[in-house]
Design a protein around this ligand. Structure first.
Ligand SMILES: Nc1ncnc2c1ncn2[C@@H]1O[C@H](COP(=O)(O)OP(=O)(O)OP(=O)(O)O)[C@@H](O)[C@H]1O
Ligand SMILES: [Mg+2]
Length: 247
């Protein structure tokens, strides 16, 4: 990727999801000078001619389609069979669009509700909605129990670099928070992870089937306080859908 392709472009104004794009080459278009001034932040999108804007849309169209295809492939390769057909609702789509527009400004989400109300399903639908925006982002999804298992110190394993990879994911889903046996080690790792994402304004999606006071008791005041500030809470209600499926 050359230096030119890293210049700032008003992607949002062009309706183009954030990502790394190859810019047009000089000589590809008569009005290239104006485009160059736009790429370097010296000209607003509104100062470009309709032909300039059309040229840019045409230039980026193929790359946008390619980015969207890659994002959907990444999602489809990872979504478990049970959640294969998840379909984001309006709220999930709106959140994904906010994420695409500004990953560091979007609020994290805490999905709560009793067992079987669809929290994991909803989390996958959010990841599907993010993929549909075509945003180039490598998200990670772990149950809290799997996360602790993969971070436990083991001979020959560099669990600290695993921690850093997960803690720095552009988007992290942590499923079933508060469900694991609470030990000093679990408390410390959970605090480090959530505090890092809190400080770096990295968006996360947490799920838990504990009611708020029990979650606070389970995670401790410092983690719960950060979650309260970072997250919008979405409460899933209703019966256990798994029982419904059996009856
Ligand atoms: N909106 C939905 N439409 C169709 N099926 C759904 C929906 N939400 C959940 N389900 C189905 O209901 C079942 C339970 O959903 P899910 O596993 O997401 O629940 P949960 O709240 O995460 O449960 P737990 O607290 O036990 O982890 C799954 O089979 C899931 O596919
Ligand atoms: Mg679940």
């Amino acid at each position: 990727m050359n230096q030119r392709s890293k210049l700032t472009v008003d992607f949002a104004g062009l309706g183009i999801p954030p990502g790394r794009y190859a810019l047009p080459t000089p000589g590809a278009y008569d009005g290239y000078d104006r485009l160059e001034r736009h790429f370097t932040g010296h000209l607003c999108l509104s100062d470009l001619t309709p032909d300039d804007v059309q040229f840019l849309r045409d230039h980026f169209a193929e790359q946008v389609t390619e980015h969207r295809r890659q994002a959907m492939d990444y999602f489809e390769a990872r979504v478990p069979r049970r959640f294969n057909g998840v379909c984001p609702d309006e709220q999930a789509t709106a959140w994904a669009e906010q994420f695409a527009a500004n990953q560091h400004a979007v609020k994290s989400l805490l999905l709560v509700g009793p067992t079987g109300t669809g929290k994991t399903h909803y989390a996958w639908s959010l990841l599907g909605a993010v993929a549909e925006t075509g945003t180039q982002v490598r998200w990670q999804m772990h149950t809290a129990a799997d996360l602790y298992a993969s971070l436990r110190p083991r001979d020959g394993e560099d669990s600290e670099s695993t921690f850093e990879r997960i803690a720095n994911a552009h988007l992290l889903v942590l499923d079933d928070l508060g469900a694991s046996k609470w030990t000093e080690w679990v408390e410390e790792i959970t605090y480090r992870l959530i505090n890092h994402r809190y400080e770096e304004c990295l968006p996360s999606i947490f799920t838990s089937n504990l009611p708020p006071t029990e979650l606070r008791d389970a995670l401790g005041g410092r983690v719960a306080s950060r979650l309260t500030e970072m997250c919008d809470r979405i409460t899933l209600k209703g019966d256990d859908r798994r029982k419904g499926a059996r009856s």
